[in-house]
Design a protein around this ligand. Structure first.
Ligand code: ZN
Ligand code: ZN
Length: 368
């Protein structure tokens, strides 16, 4: 077996360049495992973490989404979440968070995504609390007992699996638990980042009659269209007159508006627009405002007059990751997910983050 050390990208202090550091690689904990990361995904949330927009401990190995190969299994970690046998050499994905099972949302409200004590790889497992290798921007990660680990079907391309690694389960949660897409519905998706593309792709798989993506910049919409995601694509980011684009959306949707509007833009102002894109009696599902980006002005009359169901959805649990992984063969058969991903070596983490920040890539992953 090779050296018992691992290299990882570390957030040492907010707003400063990240550092590539080497740590000891511990033995796998009982019930857990050591995984050699193939890819660690960069998510929009990571840009906020780096700047200190969320209260997290440092130093911290970043990376809350990943795919890798089991290197060593701890005692008692013989099966994945579906009951399939696990062996060293198997490819796996893992859920970023473990809910505590003890707090009020976990025990009484049956809402583990709202757990008050979630432990999340790459977000709140600091180097000092150990093990240091608790993020996916590394060549190895130590997974703790209680982690939802799942083996993708044979033949699933790991890069394609990473295209919607965090966005996919997030949207599975939203569409499975919060507001399903019904057969024949017309759906507007606001936002053309990974969450928007996941929402559009899963809406199409769910039987939507038409899916309109409103987003930008134009390159992202073109990438979505080339991957087969969305039936119509409208650029609001580059538009001189956003109101005109909204009229075009209404025209593309037809009738009095969409049956379902899914907000995946993360920009507060999108909510005022989204409320006016739904038909009377329709639904508005808000997923994109994961980071608190501040207040916005809305007209609440739109909610009442249109008699809208306005629903929020927060994060995901291990079960939603398992659903996403189960859907990968169907998703990759219909959509060119691999085309959405750009891989960078671990050493080029700074370039990868810049490309995500300026929107020049749809999805960046770090390869070990
Ligand atoms: Zn994420
Ligand atoms: Zn809890």
């Amino acid at each position: 077996m090779s050296a018992r050390t691992g290299r990882a990208v570390v957030l040492e202090s907010f707003g400063r360049p990240l550092a590539l550091r080497t740590f000891d690689l511990p033995a796998p904990p009982d019930g857990g495992m050591v995984v050699a990361c193939t890819y660690g995904g960069i998510c929009g949330t990571d840009l906020h973490l780096r700047q200190g927009h969320l209260a997290i401990p440092t130093p911290l190995v970043l990376g809350h989404e990943g795919i890798g190969v089991v290197r060593e299994l701890g005692a008692g970690a013989a099966r994945d979440a579906t009951g399939a046998e696990l062996r060293p050499g198997d490819t796996v994905m893992w859920a970023s968070s473990i809910a505590c099972g003890r707090c009020v949302p976990c025990r009484l409200h049956r809402e583990p995504t709202l757990c008050e004590n979630r432990r999340t790889y790459g977000v709140n497992r600091s180097v000092e609390q150990g093990p240091a290798l608790s993020g996916a921007w590394a060549d190895h990660i130590v997974l703790q007992p209680g982690t939802t680990v799942v083996r993708p079907a044979d033949g699933v391309d790991p890069l394609a699996a990473m295209s919607l690694a965090c966005a996919g389960p997030t949207v599975v949660h939203a569409l499975y638990e919060r507001r399903p897409v019904r057969v024949g519905e017309t759906v507007v998706v606001q936002g053309s980042g990974p969450v928007g593309l996941a929402a559009a792709a899963l809406a199409q798989l769910s039987g939507a009659a038409k899916v309109v993506i409103v987003g930008g910049p134009a390159g992202r919409l073109a990438a979505a269209a080339a991957a087969g995601i969305g039936d119509a694509h409208l650029d609001i980011a580059g538009a001189a007159d956003p109101e005109q684009v909204l009229d075009q959306v209404r025209e593309a949707v037809g009738g009095d508006g969409a049956d379902l509007v899914i907000e995946c833009a993360g920009v507060p102002a999108a909510v005022a627009q989204g409320l006016r894109l739904a038909r009377r009696g329709g639904s508005y599902l808000v997923i994109g405002q994961y980071t608190d980006a501040g207040d916005t002005l809305i007209n609440p009359h739109q909610i009442v007059h249109r008699q809208l169901d306005v629903v929020g959805s927060w994060a995901f649990t291990g079960a939603h990751l398992v659903e996403y992984v189960k859907l990968l063969p169907a998703l990759t058969a219909r959509f060119d997910l691999r085309s959405l991903v750009t891989a960078y070596p671990l050493e080029e983490h700074a370039a990868a983050l810049s490309a995500v920040a300026d929107g020049s890539v749809m999805k960046a992953v770090l390869a070990s």
